[in-house]
Design a protein around this ligand. Structure first.
Ligand code: FES
Ligand code: FE
Length: 454
């Protein structure tokens, strides 16, 4: 409780206790109050297009089968047999009409209903199959092809939970009427780091690029110089959810536009599904990076696949930071693309993605090492005894060059220049509120000034 008080107070001031990156008691509370309550990203609809398609995913540390049933509905089923609790699904993905438990053979359909078991009459004749199916997530919903689930019956509807972030998701995923699909299964890798390091980084830690990722410029893989790339907007879309756009102040500055997506593709971007304002923000953007609280991140940016003098290609990645104890995270990383990309463009985007944001990628290898030391120091006795506080003050009033912006077409609290850490303060402010929330009660999902304006 003391640690959480410090986070609430610190999220305002810009100081966060280092111990939140390593405290085991806090971690157990995160599983319950953050992952057990929030809407958690599970899959993209394009991963399970056909009836019977399924993928095995996680909410917190727990396995859920995300499956499309015979009616085309997506169900999210707790992967635990009703008989003795054995894990039923033993494959990461596939297509099936039934899930059969390996222990005694209880068999469930794609809605999770129990449909039979071996020697049923002898063993269970007279017993009802009803109420003996797999348990389901409390709620399941999709937005822009992104499938989320929550274990909390009292959770607000997904759209309300996403709040201001929905406007920005539209702007990336709804750029044309074809929509987005994933380019193959996710890469997965384990890092000895706390899940929050990834989530706060993708909330808009643009400042680390010039130091940690310096080599990316040295090999010529990214087309915008460091300081120029720090120009743009930091946006607290709504409580918890933050994002960042790299963008020149002059709207007529030459590209890269549309996150570096190829010109032929950009010609298909239009206002069928989004507003002219949203289209214009996307047009001017060189980089988009954001995090839907707690652990779903996205990134779109121009990148060359090999640092050669190929023109950069836009890549879009989706990722989750899946907690595995206070000191370990499993990263799942999908590359995605617009459905109307040519096969060659998809291939280039995928390879550019692998070369940058996968386990061996030029960016990824840089990022993971510092986060490992954050969690090690967060778990340290010294951090606890010294009450060691981390600094999140960049871009506060009077600190640095960033300033609040009034003129902006989208929702949220907006700052000009990305020399700014309000995006992280926003994440931790909401984190502390979720951590303290009582069962059935939800913190506000809108900023006070937006609530007043309604
Ligand atoms: Fe699944 Fe017995 S534990 S059938
Ligand atoms: Fe990085």
């Amino acid at each position: 409780a003391k640690l959480l008080d410090a986070v609430t107070e610190g999220a305002e001031k810009g100081v966060i206790p280092a111990s939140i990156f390593g405290d085991p008691d806090l971690y157990r509370q995160e599983l319950r109050n953050v992952f057990g309550r929030c809407w958690v990203f599970l899959a993209h609809e394009s991963e399970i297009p056909a009836k019977g398609d399924y993928v095995l995913r996680k909410i917190g540390e727990d396995n859920f089968i995300v499956v499309r049933d015979d009616e085309g509905e997506i169900n999210v089923l707790f992967d635990a047999c009703r008989h003795r609790g054995v894990q039923v699904c033993r494959s990461d993905s596939g297509n099936t009409s039934h899930f059969r438990c390996p222990y005694h053979g209880w068999t469930y359909n794609t809605k999770g209903n129990l449909v039979g078991a071996p020697l049923w009459r002898n063993a269970f004749g007279g017993m009802s199959k009803e109420n003996n199916g797999l348990a389901s997530a409390a709620k399941v919903a999709s937005y822009q092809g992104l499938v989320f689930g929550t274990l909390d019956q009292s959770a607000p509807p997904l759209k309300e939970y996403l709040g201001g972030m929905a406007w920005y998701l539209d702007l990336v995923f709804g750029l044309n009427e074809h929509g987005v699909e994933v380019l193959g299964p996710p890469q997965r890798f384990v890092i000895d780091a706390n899940w929050k390091s990834g989530a706060e980084n993708f909330s808009g830690d643009d400042y680390h690029l010039g130091t940690l990722h310096r080599s990316v410029w040295e090999i010529g893989a990214f087309p915008v110089p460091f300081h120029e790339n720090m120009m743009g907007y930091h946006i607290q879309a709504s409580p918890g959810h933050s994002l960042s756009f790299s963008m020149a102040q002059d709207a007529n500055e030459p590209g890269p536009n549309y996150f570096g997506f190829p010109d032929e593709l950009a010609q298909s971007f239009n206002t069928t599904n989004i507003s002219a304002d949203q289209l214009e923000v996307a047009r001017r953007s060189r980089v988009f990076v954001g995090n839907v609280f707690p652990n779903f991140s996205m990134l779109a940016l121009p990148m060359t696949e090999d640092g050669s003098n190929h023109p950069p290609v836009g890549i879009l990645t989706l990722r989750t930071w899946q907690p595995h104890g206070p000191g370990q995270v499993e990263v799942w990383n999908w590359f995605a693309g617009y459905k109307n990309l040519t096969p060659e463009q998809k291939d280039r985007a995928y390879r550019a993605g692998l070369g940058t944001f996968s386990m061996g990628g030029a960016f990824e290898v840089d990022d993971t090492e510092p986060w490992i030391t954050v969690s090690r120091n967060g778990a340290s006795t010294a951090a606890e005894l010294l009450d060691f506080q981390l600094n999140y003050e960049m871009g506060k009033p009077g600190v640095g060059i960033s300033k609040p912006v009034k003129e902006w077409p989208g929702p949220g609290r907006v700052q000009w220049t990305r020399y700014e850490e309000g995006v992280q303060r926003n994440m931790y402010g909401f984190y502390a509120e979720m951590m303290r929330s009582a069962p059935g009660q939800w913190p506000s999902l809108v900023f006070p000034e937006d609530a007043a304006a309604d």
